[in-house]
Ligand binder design. Sequence first.
Ligand code: FA5
Length: 343
Amino acid sequence: MNENLDHILSEAKNHVSSAPTKEELERLRVHYVGKKGVITSLLHQLKDLPAEKRKEMGARLNDVKVNVEKVLKLRQSELSRKDLEEQLANAPALDLTLPGQYSTSTGSLHPITRVMEEFIQIMKRIGFSVATGPEVELDYYNFEALNTPEHHPARDMQDTFYIEPPILLRSHTSPVQIRAMKNKKPPLQLIAPGKVYRADYDMTHVPMFHQIEGLMVDEHISFADLKGVLHYLVKGLFGARPLRFRPSYFPFTEPSAEVDMQCISCRGSGRDCRVCKSTGWLEIGGCGMVHPNVFRHVGYDPDKVSGFAFGMGMERIAMLKYGIDDIRSFFENDLRMLEQFSC
Ligand code: FA5
């Protein structure tokens, strides 16, 4: 039987390695290792051999089978390569510069992403670096450390979604101020872009929107620095425009102000202006000088350092920039609207 096996193996090797086509190769596979193939039949016959012979023959037969399968595989890949070479040699030359049959639509940045990128680039030019913080935040960072203790009425203006108190979805990017200041000693000059959440929904308010926070802390930082930075920012975003600082209230800044920009549509005249509702001004964000209690929370000495902070809604900036009057259109994924901003 051993000699017989040697013969089967060398014959299989010969035939397989010279099989001219895939069909012939398949015929040979069936002949040797198919269900009723020569080697398979011998394997079936093993059971009739005496036990001591069975072990030795079993091992030998398996060896032969593995070898035959190996040559089959090798020849299979040789024939495939040959087929491919033939196909390539006979195929007409491809002109890759011809226009395609089907056009694919090109993606583009979402208008909010574009505005944020533009904002970030402008601020980087004057030395602000980018900081980030978690969207799932602790009450401590979102309110408490920002001088807004529990039961403070200002919490109502930023009603948000609670995962499980004290864990919530941050209602503004201001908590990044706390995280950054706890991490690093002054001086500090950063912006913090990101998503924020509030229980709001109408033409100018959505439950998820984007803000960019600005923070600058050092010795002798004044409101004049804040004004200078905001003028530079607005000039970069909209072109030079008059700004107005309207006294306001935020628990984490003192004094606080709302920043208004002269209306880009009526240029401040207010005459029959739908964009600014005839006021001549457009609100673009909140700002102020960092409250001494905030500095105390992060371990800064309010007698030694001062700083300013501001926060702006990106949807609001994009609405003004692109003349969009319903904030919800940013999130409806209507390509007819979004494609207008592709470039
Ligand atoms: C704040 O969120 C303060 N953290 C800003 C700040 C930072 C003040 C640092 C002082 C110092 P306010 O709640 O006003 O402030 O929100 C800022 C901007 O976010 C608004 O001007 C508005 O453009 C935008 N905004 C607020 N709520 C929504 C909403 N639901 N949908 C879309 N934009 C919103």
